[in-house]
Structures are given as structure tokens and as C-alpha cells.
Design a protein. Structure first.
Length: 116
């Protein structure tokens, strides 16, 4: 569907507003979009779709919890699941949660320091 604003036709698509209160994050998003020669909305859409795909892979393939006496089978199933997820993510391993938490804590500390 397109809307005529008098000069050019602008596609009218359903909108999803995302509020990003952190000015630094907004700046990083804009710079990343510029680097890829994209509009910010297209960059955000691609990032969201990529994250949804990762979440759906993990959601569909989460193994069930083992019952008593099934630990060995469960370990093997978890290893198989881990390899399958890694393959579906294009060979990229799942991010190290300890590293991620450390980086997030550092970012939060910098943000708090900027407020003072």
C-alpha cells in the first residue's frame, strides 16, 4: 500500500515503535546502519529477524530434563543439541555468558559514572 504525499509515493507499512532512551545506543545503531549503507529501520529489522531466528532455534530444540538414571543419555543429547545449534548458527558458538555479563556490568558501570 502506498500513500501519495503530493511529491512521491511513500509505502505505508505497519509500524513498530522502539524506544531507545540511551543516546549512546541510538548513536551506535545509526553508525552501524551507515557502515552497512542501510536505513536505520532496515538495520533494526534485520537485527530483530536474526535474533528471532536464534531464539526460535533454541526454543524448538531445547531438550527435556532427564529423569533419574538417564544422566548419561542426557549428556549425549545435550552435546548433540549443542552441535546442532552451533551448526544452525552458521558455525558460531553460543556466546560465553560470563563474558557477556562482564561486558554488560562494565557498560552499566560506565553509564552510572556518566550520571554522577
Amino acid at each position: 500500500m502506498e500513500v501519495d504525499n503530493g511529491e512521491k509515493r511513500i509505502p505505508k507499512w505497519p509500524r513498530l515503535d522502539v524506544y531507545i532512551p540511551d543516546q549512546q545506543v541510538r548513536r551506535r545503531i545509526k553508525l552501524a546502519a551507515i557502515k552497512r549503507d542501510m536505513r536505520v529501520s532496515q538495520y533494526c529489522l534485520e537485527a530483530i529477524l536474526e535474533r528471532l531466528e536464534e531464539d526460535e532455534i533454541l526454543e524448538k530444540e531445547t531438550p527435556e530434563v532427564a529423569q533419574e538414571g538417564e544422566e548419561e543419555t542426557t549428556v549425549e543429547e545435550l552435546r548433540n543439541w549443542q552441535e546442532m545449534v552451533k551448526t544452525k548458527l552458521g558455525g558460531r558458538p553460543l556466546p560465553d555468558s560470563a563474558d557477556l555479563l562482564s561486558r554488560l556490568r562494565e557498560e552499566r558501570t560506565r553509564e552510572i559514572a556518566d550520571l554522577c
